[in-house]
Ligand binder design. Structure first.
Ligand code: NAD
Ligand code: 6OD
Length: 498
C-alpha cells in the first residue's frame, strides 16, 4: 500500500493554503524525501500580506501588552508540549544529532517566546521633563507602536531557533508577520504555524509562506510594497540583494549575516576547558552556525600541544544517525552546500594548506552514503591572505595558526570584512578585558562560546550584519516609537516648597 507523502502547506489568515507547485524536502542524512512543500506564488504572498494588514485593523491591532505577553507564554508552552514532534521534524530536516536539537534548537524555540514576553512586560520607555523659560515645562514620553506587517526570512542552520528569535519579538510588539523559512527546512516552521493556530493567535497575525529566494516567496516578500519592515538571517550576499529590494520603500531592515570568526587561545588558558570549548565552537552543527570558529590563533608555546589534542579529538568525533545518542556531528544541509564545502577543502590544498585531520567524505557502508556528509577537518599553514582564511566556509573546518604577541593576534583576528563573533581563552583577567573588547565584532566571548542571555545585544559588524536584536534592541527594531511632547504651562510648587 502506498503511503501518503507529508505535505507542508502555507498558513495564511488562519487557514492552510496549498499550491499547485511543490518541491521536495530532503533528509540530508540519507538523501530521502521527507515531505512535499507547497511553494507560495506571488498571489499567495500578497494574500499573506493583506491578511496581516487585516489583522492589524482588527482586535490584534488593539491588543494590550498583557494580552500579547499571555499569548507568547501559551505559544512557548505549546512548543514544549509538542517538543517530540518538533525534535523529530528538526532532525529530519537537518540531520543534526538529538543531543543538539534537544538541548539547543527546540528549547530555544520555546525560550524565545518566554523571554520576549518577559522583556515586553518590563520594557521601559523614554520619558523626559524639559524645563522651559518662564516656568513652563514639557513632558516627553515615548509610545511603542507596531511597525505593521514584518517580513521574516530565515535560514536552515538553526531553523526553529532563528525563526522564533524574530517572530517572538515581532508579535510581542503587536506586528503581523509574514514568515518564510528556508526551503531546506520547512518542517518546524509548519509545526509552529500549527501551534499558533492551536493557542489562538488571531487569524492573519502570523502567516507562513514556503518557497525559495530569487523569483519566489523570499523575493515576493522583500519586493512587496505593503511589507513594512524586513528582518533577515542568512548569507551576506543575500542580505545585499534584500537591501536593494528594501531600498525603494525605505523599509527598516535588520540583518544577521555571515561570519569568519576567530578564536584566540593564550598559553595561560585552562587547557581542558578550552579544548572542549573549541571542539564545540568549530564542529557544533557541522560548523553550520554563523558563530562557529573557522580561524584559530594559538600562542606559540601552546601551538604544538593544541594541534595534537585538536587532531586527536577531531578524529574521534562520531558522525552518527540523528537518534544515535553518541552522534556528535551530522551531515551538511544539502548536496549543493556539500559541493561548496568540498570546493573549499580542495582550495585549501591548492593554496598550500597542511590537512591535519579529515579533508574528505566519510564512507559508512549504509544509507548515509546517499547523504551529504563531510569529515570534520583541521587545516594549517596558510598565509593570512588565503581565501580559506578570509571567506566563510560554513562547514566543519578550521584553520589553525600560531601567534607571538597580543598586538599581532588582535590585528590578525580583526583583519576580516566580517565582524560577527570572537572568543578569547585565557586565565589572565587583565588580558581578557583588554582583548575581548578589542575584537571588531558584535559578540566577544571569554572562556566560552555561544553562551547566550537573550536580553543582550546580538548582531554583527561589517559584512556580518546591520543592527542589533536581543532584549530591548529587538523591541526597538520591531516598534515604531512615537515621542509625545506635552507643553505644560505654569508651575505648581512641590509640597515641600509650599
Ligand atoms: P541564504 O542567504 O542562502 O538563505 C537564507 C534565507 O533567505 C532563505 O530562506 C532563502 O530562501 C532566502 N533568500 C535567498 N535569496 C533571497 C532573495 N534574493 N530574496 C529574499 N530571500 C532570499 O542563507 P542560508 O544558506 O540559508 O544560511 C547560511 C548563512 O546564514 C551563512 O552565511 C550564515 O553565516 C548565515 N547566518 C547568520 C546568522 C547570524 O545570526 N548572523 C545566523 C544564522 C546563519
Ligand atoms: O542565539 C541567537 O539568538 C542567535 N541569533 C544565534 C545565531 C546563530 C547563527 O547561526
Amino acid at each position: 500500500m502506498a503511503t501518503q507523502m507529508t505535505q507542508y502547506q502555507n498558513y495564511i489568515g488562519g487557514r492552510w493554503v496549498g499550491s499547485a507547485r511543490q518541491f521536495p524536502d530532503i533528509n540530508p542524512v540519507d538523501g530521502t524525501t521527507i515531505a512535499s512543500v507547497h511553494e507560495a506564488d506571488a498571489a499567495t504572498v500578497d494574500a499573506a500580506v493583506k491578511s496581516g494588514h487585516d489583522a492589524l485593523a482588527g482586535p490584534w491591532g488593539r491588543s494590550t501588552v498583557t494580552e500579547r505577553a499571555a499569548l507568547l507564554y501559551r505559544i512557548a508552552d505549546e512548543i514544549e508540549r509538542r517538543s517530540e514532534e518538533f525534535l523529530a521534524a528538526e532532525m529530519a530536516d537537518t540531520g543534526k544529532p538529538h543531543a543538539m536539537a534537544s538541548t539547543v534548537d527546540i528549547p530555544r524555540g520555546a525560550a524565545n517566546f518566554r523571554a520576549f514576553a518577559d522583556i515586553l512586560k518590563t520594557a521601559p520607555l523614554d520619558s523626559y521633563r524639559t524645563d522651559l523659560p518662564g516656568g513652563a515645562h514639557a513632558l516627553n514620553y515615548a509610545v511603542r507602536k507596531p511597525l505593521g506587517v514584518v517580513g521574516i526570512i530565515s535560514p536552515w542552520n538553526l531553523p526553529l531557533l532563528l525563526l522564533t528569535w524574530k517572530v517572538a519579538p515581532a508579535l510581542a510588539c503587536g506586528n503581523a508577520v509574514v514568515a518564510k523559512p528556508s526551503e531546506e527546512t520547512p518542517g518546524t516552521a509548519t509545526l509552529l504555524a500549527q501551534v499558533m493556530h492551536t493557542v489562538g493567535v488571531p487569524a492573519g497575525a502570523f502567516n507562513l509562506v514556503h518557497g525559495f529566494g530569487p523569483g519566489s516567496a523570499g523575493e515576493f516578500i522583500t519586493q512587496h510594497p505593503d511589507v513594512n519592515a524586513i528582518t533577515f538571517t542568512g548569507e551576506s550576499s543575500t542580505g545585499a540583494a534584500i537591501m536593494r529590494a528594501a531600498a525603494d520603500g525605505v523599509k527598516p531592515i535588520s540583518f544577521e549575516l555571515g561570519g569568519k570568526n576567530a578564536a584566540i587561545i593564550f598559553a595561560d588558558c585552562d587547557f581542558d576547558k578550552m579544548l572542549d570549548g573549541m571542539m564545540r565552537a568549530v564542529f557544533l552543527n557541522s560548523g553550520q552556525v554563523c558563530l562557529c570558529t573557522e580561524r584559530v590563533y594559538v600562542e606559540r608555546p601552546l601551538y604544538a600541544r593544541f594541534c595534537d589534542a585538536l587532531i586527536a579529538r577531531t578524529r574521534k568525533l562520531k558522525l552518527g544517525w540523528p537518534k544515535d545518542p553518541d552522534s556528535a556531528m551530522g551531515p551538511l544541509i544539502s548536496s549543493a552546500h556539500r559541493d561548496k564545502v568540498l570546493r573549499y577543502f580542495a582550495l585549501a590544498r591548492d593554496e598550500g594548506a597542511q590537512v591535519l585531520a579529515g579533508g574528505g567524505v566519510p564512507r559508512f557502508g549504509d544509507a548515509r552514503d546517499h547523504g551529504f556528509w563531510v569529515e570534520p577537518t583541521v587545516i594549517a599553514g596558510l598565509p593570512e591572505t588565503a581565501r580559506c582564511v578570509k571567506e566563510e566556509i560554513f562547514g566543519p573546518i578550521c584553520h589553525v595558526a600560531p601567534f607571538d604577541t597580543e598586538r599581532e593576534v588582535i590585528a590578525m583576528a580583526n583583519d576580516t570584512r566580517y565582524g560577527l563573533a570572537a572568543s578569547v581563552w585565557t586565565t589572565n583577567l587583565d588580558r581578557a578585558h583588554r582583548v575581548a573588547p578589542a575584537m571588531r565584532v558584535g559578540l566577544s566571548w571569554v572562556n566560552s562560546w555561544f553562551l547566550r542571555d537573550l536580553r543582550t545585544p546580538f548582531g554583527g559588524a561589517g559584512l556580518s550584519g546591520i543592527g542589533r536584536e536581543g532584549g530591548l534592541h529587538s523591541l526597538n527594531f520591531y516598534s515604531e516609537l512615537t515621542n509625545v511632547c506635552v507643553r505644560v504651562e505654569g508651575n505648581v510648587p512641590l509640597e515641600s516648597e509650599s
